[in-house]
Design a protein around this ligand. Structure first.
Ligand code: HEC
Ligand code: HEC
Length: 477
């Protein structure tokens, strides 16, 4: 929510004595090797290379706005627009702002609190059936044959403005299974099951219904993700084939607006952009130039309602695009701690890095935002996202029975792990995986199956201290 303002992460450019902030694109490229640039942490000490999660966009904020701090290059007019975007993102939209008639959240920030992952209300209780109020999740509903229900779109809008019925309400319950590590330590895996009540229209045959619930993603490094080099990902997709470990990542190719893109966003890598227009339209019910119709278009209860029009301008949406693209990426912490070092070694021993790729690079051409603003600062950076942004078969346990983009139901994009260790500080919980079923890092790892099975087994066979060290390493990201 960006209210605490910027941190004083100082970037000094020793070679030419020129501040990064005023460097032209040409200078930036010429000086873009890591050796040329010295970045200082919040205490004024020179940061170690492995701390710099996103090169010059690394920020040294370890508080609850760690995901919500502008990168150092965001100054002047850009900073003004960053905060304008932040407000559009966070402020609850009223009906005068076009929200509704049905919607899933009142602002982007209601689900992505502090640019992170709001704890879904179904998980605020330890077990039993979940709440039927605002959920902060996206509830995808699909028919068994892959199409959608008449009177409903692909997302269940469980909220509505006065005088209109919400499309339905989500309930969840959990089944538990207990397991043991070879050393005797127990762990319990929870599987969520969902039901929907209070359908506003046609009652739906539960046997025909697939409910697929996702918790929000953190916004860490969104600008860098959009600036990824598609050619590097293409090469990675070819190289990332390890028959000895059963791992083979697959590039997500999506066709949109008469072009083919490499999908990098979303849990199925099914988005090529920051989905700002889609978010306003489908999540908030705010019509815009890309989606000028209400999501409730065609619903029987909406007869007589004005469906067409614009409720937010492209210029405003570009500010939101800028806000997300310009967020800094938290620096790694405790990189010299002995336990963290041991955990890092174990991360490699367990082959986690074959999917959670530690290092990638951003491309040479500047990302262009919705209304044409170019962001040259995001180019040519060495970044540490801990993801290959490829699709992997994660086994039957995580299969959601729905295809998205080019991803099969059992395939998921490797979740980038940068900033993951700060989720507790930023959002107050440690729910992980696409639907939040894992309550901590150990459960998240023990859910890895399919291509992730070898990693899970290697982790499982480690002693308690080594498993704890892996967790300490994840907490340092
Ligand atoms: C009702 C909750 C909700 C609201 C409101 C919401 N989101 Fe999301 N958002 C999600 C969920 C859930 C996902 C994960 C979807 C998936 O599994 O791919 C997500 C994913 C995203 C992603 C992809 C992140 C990544 O790492 O690839 C972006 C970007 C995003 N949202 C932006 C927005 C913006 C901008 C708005 C406001 C216009 C918004 N969201 C409103 C729940 C929400
Ligand atoms: C075959 C590729 C692959 C390997 C190997 C792998 N992962 Fe993952 N990891 C994934 C994918 C894909 C997801 C997303 C799954 C989902 O959300 O359902 C994920 C999710 C995670 C998450 C949850 C992140 C979040 O924010 O929700 C953590 C933590 C994690 N992995 C850690 C590890 C560790 C530690 C190892 C090694 C022991 C490992 N992974 C090995 C592909 C892999």
């Amino acid at each position: 929510m960006g209210r605490t303002g910027r941190l004083n992460n100082t970037i000094s450019h020793y070679v030419k004595g020129v501040a990064m902030l005023v460097m032209s694109v040409a200078t930036l490229i010429a000086c873009s090797t890591d050796d040329d640039i010295v970045i200082k942490d919040q205490y004024g000490n020179v940061a170690a290379a492995e701390q710099l999660s996103a090169g010059t966009a690394t920020v040294f904020n370890i508080g609850n706005s760690a995901y919500d701090t502008p990168a150092a290059w965001v100054t002047g007019d850009l900073l003004t627009r960053f905060y304008a975007g932040d407000r559009l993102y966070d402020n609850n939209r009223g009906t005068e702002g076009g929200k509704g008639p049905v919607f899933a959240g009142s602002s982007c920030g209601s689900c992505h609190n502090n640019a992170g992952r709001t704890l879904p209300s179904i998980y605020t209780r330890d077990s039993g059936s979940g709440a039927a109020g605002f959920s902060s999740q996206l509830v995808y509903i699909t028919r068994q044959n892959g199409t959608h229900f008449r009177q409903y779109g692909r997302v269940l809008h469980d909220q509505s403005i006065v005088g209109v019925a919400a499309e339905g309400k989500l309930h969840a319950y959990f089944t538990e299974q207990e397991f043991q590590f070879p050393d005797g330590e127990r762990y319990v895996l929870q599987t969520p099951h969902y039901e929907i009540s209070e359908w506003y229209a046609d009652s739906i045959d539960p046997k025909d219904l697939i409910v697929d619930v996702h918790i929000p993603l953190r916004h860490v490094g969104m600008g860098q993700i959009m600036a990824l080099d598609p050619d590097e990902l293409r090469r990675l997709a070819v190289q990332s084939n390890y028959p000895e470990y059963g791992i083979s990542g697959r590039l997500s190719l999506i066709n949109e607006r008469n072009r083919q893109y490499v999908g990098v966003g979303g849990n199925k890598a099914h988005h090529a952009d920051l989905t700002v227009e889609l978010g306003f339209s489908s999540d908030l019910g705010v019509k815009n130039d890309r989606y000028p119709y209400e999501v409730s278009e065609g619903q029987s209860q909406m007869l007589g309602y004005s469906h067409y029009g614009m409720e937010i301008t492209t210029r405003e949406m570009e500010d939101v695009d800028l806000y997300m693209s310009a967020l800094g990426v938290p620096a790694r912490r405790n990189v010299n701690d002995a336990k963290v070092k041991r955990g890092e070694e174990n991360f490699y021993k367990a082959k986690c890095q074959l999917c959670h790729t530690p290092t990638l690079h951003t491309r040479q051409d500047a990302p262009v935002l919705l209304n044409g603003t170019r962001l040259p600062w995001l180019t040519n950076q060495t970044i540490h996202p801990y993801s290959d942004f490829l699709l992997h078969d994660m086994g039957a346990g995580l299969d959601n029975h729905v295809r998205a983009g080019s991803a099969y139901s059992y395939e998921w994009r490797t979740t980038p792990l940068w900033g993951v260790g700060l989720q507790q500080t930023v959002n107050g919980h440690t729910r992980f995986l696409h639907d939040g079923r894992a309550r901590n890092f150990v459960e998240a790892i023990m859910w890895h199956d399919g291509e992730g099975a070898v990693s899970r087994e290697l982790f499982k066979r480690m002693g308690k201290e080594d498993r704890d060290a892996v967790v300490a390493f994840l907490n340092s990201l």
